[in-house]
Design a protein around this ligand. Sequence first.
Ligand SMILES: [Zn+2]
Length: 485
Amino acid sequence: MEYVIKGYEPADALRYFEEISAIPRGSKNEQAVAQYVYDFAKDLGLEARIDTTYWNVVVKKPASPGCEDKPAVMIQGHLDMVCEKNAGTAHDFEKDPLDLYIEDGLLKARGTTLGADNGQAVAYMMALLARNDLVHPPLECVFTSMEEIGLLGALQVDTSDLHSKYMLNVDCGPEGTVFVSCAGGLLQDISKKVRWEKAGGDTVSLQVRGLLGGHSAAMIDHEMGNSIKVMGRILHGIQKQMEVHIVSLSGGSKMNAIPRESDAVITVPAGQGDKAIEIASHIAATAKAELAASDGGLYLQCEKAGATERQMSLADSRQIIEFIFLVKNGVYTMSMEMPGLVVCSSNLGVATTDDTGVQLTDFIRSSDPTIRDHLDDEIRSLAQLLDIEIAPADPMPGWKYEAESPLRQLFMKLYKEQTGKEMVAVATHGGLECGILKDKMPDLDIIAFGPTADGAHTPDESLDLASFERTWNLILATLKALAEQ
Ligand SMILES: [Zn+2]
């Protein structure tokens, strides 16, 4: 192929980055890139397997001479990328190669995401497989699929023939940080079947607006208002003073986003509409004042509406309102080991109404499985009291912080030797593939890191090439140290 970046050494990691950038690889479209990596490994004479359902690839490389008895090391990253492009960019993510270019030491793709997340890991692994002049223990390279749409490939990876003691996940920048923990998740599908009856009384429509929202991992401890919870508080407040029937209730759109807006239509006894509006307005103003420092744009649009056909029974309405009012939301527990880290949280992200009744989605995140299960149990118990159903669900495992990690200590020491700077250990409340692999191989000693890259998941994504090179050298130094210790 014609390389954009000239002057490659034979097994330069960046060369492989360029090669895979020519292969479309959005999530669920990994077949071609998986096959490419598999063929590449086979051509090198290495042991490799490809999963032709999920398109994960595993490649094993024997240790460099004399290091055969050292514990194996897994290197891990994902094959898929997020496909985003600027309006007006005529790029077909199903068939066009990325249009790479370099600007001020940054690698970018014209008008689209670059896929450094996580092409960087794929490129490093290909270079490790190709080079025969390195010192390293046995290597197990794990290339996963569909990471960006829920870590789906990692969940399916067969680890039964893997023996690694250490794992290097290369999906977490910037340079200078090492990840030590991540959250797992548990999605609660909550539903309440209702009895409909003929509507009566005054109809009131309520719209919670003006909240900022945000990602339910990164922003959960920023005291953002949750529009569905605000609506629950308002409806509960009205209900304390009069009978409330729900006609409809909705809010939010994604399980992993804090909901910004929520709508409800209710009926109250004839002649009580104005009073309901007064109560609602008062509660909204109170909530707005409480959120002044973090999310103070909150406002309520509230008015009497025309008569509706049907309403939910009083008992059903009450149970739904009390559930939304009482259900735990936001930060549940904080870490005492990693200051500022949220261990467990929940986000009531979505509410919808259909002919059967009301559906809610609550997403629990936790790095600690027993705390996660405890919160899940609390919410299920509340639901049961209120005759509300929560579907059985499989949790997504997290990766709990371990104070003792020889790999992390070595990695941080080598970074300091290379740069003179202290590496910062960080934990994320987001989800990483590390949690799933740790669950499958509990004895793994894991670190997650990556070069400096900006704007992931946007067309402004860029990869700092000097950082890419330094991170490569850090990987080589780490493997060499593990082979020689
Ligand atoms: Zn990624």
